[in-house]
Design a protein around this ligand. Structure first.
Ligand SMILES: Nc1nc2c(c(=O)[nH]1)N[C@@H](CN(C=O)c1ccc(C(=O)N[C@@H](CCC(=O)O)C(=O)O)cc1)CN2
Ligand SMILES: [Mg+2]
Length: 300
């Protein structure tokens, strides 16, 4: 079997078109233009690219985009003063502080400072708790995108065996909660899982989110399984020339594609869904904050 390759760029574009449609309606019917503020602390080159792409995508969808670039030595007090300002700004509905942040800052404390209603990363204790208890939450963008892609690809997920490899607050844990909510039988595997190969072999759905290049070989995959590779790992690529690098996922694509039913590539799989779902979450937040109906097709 050779797997169907799931095109994250195309699906991301579809989500973004849906977002733009909702935005146009919110502006026309309610004079409400959703606004997203992205805060970047320091000069991490990859983060600079992601933040720029978020700004471009936000404007393309017809939303207000605000970028705050702070120096690498920004203090907690200065960052919190900015977050407080954004929390109070009625034209801003989503706030995202780009991670990683420099060492003097705590990701956990930053997230706690953001109004949970504007927490478009879904990382606050409030949103994690709402999701875990089956209530309306803001859901982290990458797992939200993975869930939308799984539903689009497989239809109902009910009764399927799903394994999430990785237990981060940003991806692994919310992904497992979303799959559980769609009535999957969910296992979270991680570095201490006793027989990870056997655990993965049982799964109809594999979501790999560990950040270890090509950790999951094809012979761990159940024939026909749907494989979602969240990993974005930069590795040396001497074949492209000295000092060159390339991106690979957490799954060994070449061997896994021979076994899987469907698989996401890296790049061009899950990555583009993260930004598309950030836009979706901003629209959702704007609707909720203003007491309007949930946007259809943009929430989990
Ligand atoms: N506050 C947050 N920080 C970070 C998040 C996040 O969700 N919230 N996620 C990542 C970075 N990220 C978005 O912020 C992100 C990463 C990758 C992509 C993407 O489209 N990747 C492309 C490849 C890009 C490349 O060539 O380098 C792909 O996979 O096709 C989008 C967004 C960490 N920080
Ligand atoms: Mg981190």
């Amino acid at each position: 079997m050779t797997a169907e390759i799931l095109d994250g760029k195309a699906f991301g574009a579809k989500i973004r078109a849906r977002v733009a449609d909702h935005v146009a309606r919110l502006v026309a019917d309610h004079d409400l233009r959703p606004g997203l503020a992205v805060v970047l602390v320091g000069e991490d080159p990859a983060s600079q690219v992601y933040v720029r792409n978020k700004g471009i995508a936000t404007k393309e969808a017809g939303m207000k985009s605000v970028e705050h670039k702070l120096p690498a030595d920004t203090t907690e007090a200065d960052l919190y003063a900015l977050i407080d300002e954004l929390n109070a700004d009625p034209t801003i509905h989503g706030i995202l502080v780009q991670f990683p942040v420099p060492d003097q800052l705590s990701e956990r404390d930053i997230v706690a400072r953001i109004d949970p209603a504007k927490d478009v990363d879904g990382l606050s204790v409030t949103n994690a708790g709402l999701l875990a208890s089956g209530q309306r939450a803001m859901v982290s963008c990458t797992p939200l995108g993975c869930l939308m892609l799984l539903r689009e690809t497989l239809g109902s997920l009910s009764g399927k065996d799903a394994v999430v490899i990785g237990r981060s607050n940003l991806v692994g844990k919310p992904m497992a909660q979303l799959l559980l909510r769609d009535s999957c039988t969910v296992t979270i595997a991680h570095s201490r899982t006793a027989d990870i190969a056997e655990t993965v072999r049982r799964a109809d759905i594999v979501v790999a989110a560990v950040g270890r290049p090509r950790m999951v070989p094809g012979d761990w995959i159940k024939p026909g399984a749907c494989v979602i590779d969240v990993g974005i790992n930069r590795i040396p690529a001497p074949e492209k020339g000295e000092g060159k690098t390339r991106l690979v996922g957490d799954v060994d694509f070449d061997s896994a594609r021979e076994v899987a039913g469907q698989i996401t590539p890296v790049p061009g799989g899950v990555g583009p869904l993260t930004i598309a779902c950030l836009l979706a979450n901003t629209v959702t937040a704007a609707c909720r904050i203003n007491g309007l109906d949930e946007p259809e097709g943009l929430t989990a």
